[in-house]
Design a protein around this ligand. Structure first.
Ligand code: SAM
Length: 229
């Protein structure tokens, strides 16, 4: 099975016997494996692209799981009814797209008891959106596979972030000692250093200097995180 480690990681956050919606389900492997392991009672996969939708459908048929799993062609939460699933999984998409999917159908999104998110970038924006809209981040972790994958698990509740940098590093991840955290932070610093080089080359140095100050400050905060781990 492709992406085995990522699929297992997502399933690990699903409470036993749940009804799960997987948005952008692609092959439907999370739902299929979840049912085969008796973790998922009922699953609904949503896929916007016809090719993966057909593939997911035939994977469900091949595993004879039509009684447990339903796959729907459509975008985001649109093909779902409110309260149709307790848990929502959205993985392998940019953080901005995940945010957009939840924001577009906020009432449906807020009715889930748990969100299991695996954003590919823009985690700061995603965390900001979650906290602002009444979610509390209960778990964060990094999975090392062909690259690093970040997981954010959120439930309804209030969260006082206190410090703005927690939107970058994550309120749970900051306190965690986990494999991959150093590399995750070093990757962030490397990206910021690349932006710094671009800013040095900019024609408008007055504006560039303001950007450089912000970048330097962020590099300092990420570096502190590396030292405090
Ligand atoms: C990179 S794949 C990730 C698949 C799987 N979730 C995983 O984590 O391995 C992203 C999938 O999301 C689908 N997708 C993107 N935008 C979507 C949307 N708005 N609604 C439903 N599916 C979407 C894509 O077609 C693609 O199959």
């Amino acid at each position: 099975m492709k992406n085995k480690k990522r699929i297992e990681k997502a399933i690990g956050y699903i409470p036993q016997g749940s009804t799960v919606a997987d948005i952008g389900c692609d092959h439907c492997y999370v739902l299929i494996k979840g049912v085969l392991e008796n973790k998922i009672k009922k699953g609904i996969g949503i896929e916007v692209v016809p090719g993966p939708y057909q593939q997911g459908k035939s994977n469900i048929k091949e595993n004879k799981l039509e009684e447990h799993l339903d796959i729907r062609l459509g975008s985001g939460l649109k093909p779902l009814h409110i309260n149709e699933a307790e848990i929502c999984v959205i993985g392998g998409m940019g953080g901005q797209l995940i945010k957009y999917i939840l924001e577009e159908d906020l009432e449906k999104a807020q009715a889930f008891t748990r969100l299991i998110l695996q954003p590919m970038g823009s985690e700061r924006e995603l965390r900001k959106f979650l906290i602002k809209n009444g979610w509390k981040i209960i778990e964060e972790d990094i999975l090392i596979s062909d690259r690093l994958y970040l997981y954010i698990v959120a439930e309804r509740g209030e969260q006082n972030m206190g410090n703005d940098f927690l939107y970058d590093i994550g309120p749970v991840l900051t306190k965690k000692k986990c494999e991959g955290k150093d590399k995750y932070i070093l990757d962030k610093i490397e990206k910021l250093n690349k932006i710094k080089i671009e800013l040095y080359k900019a024609n408008d140095q007055e504006t560039a200097q303001k950007g450089l100050l912000k970048i330097e400050n962020k590099i300092k905060l990420w570096s502190n995180e590396l030292e405090n781990k």
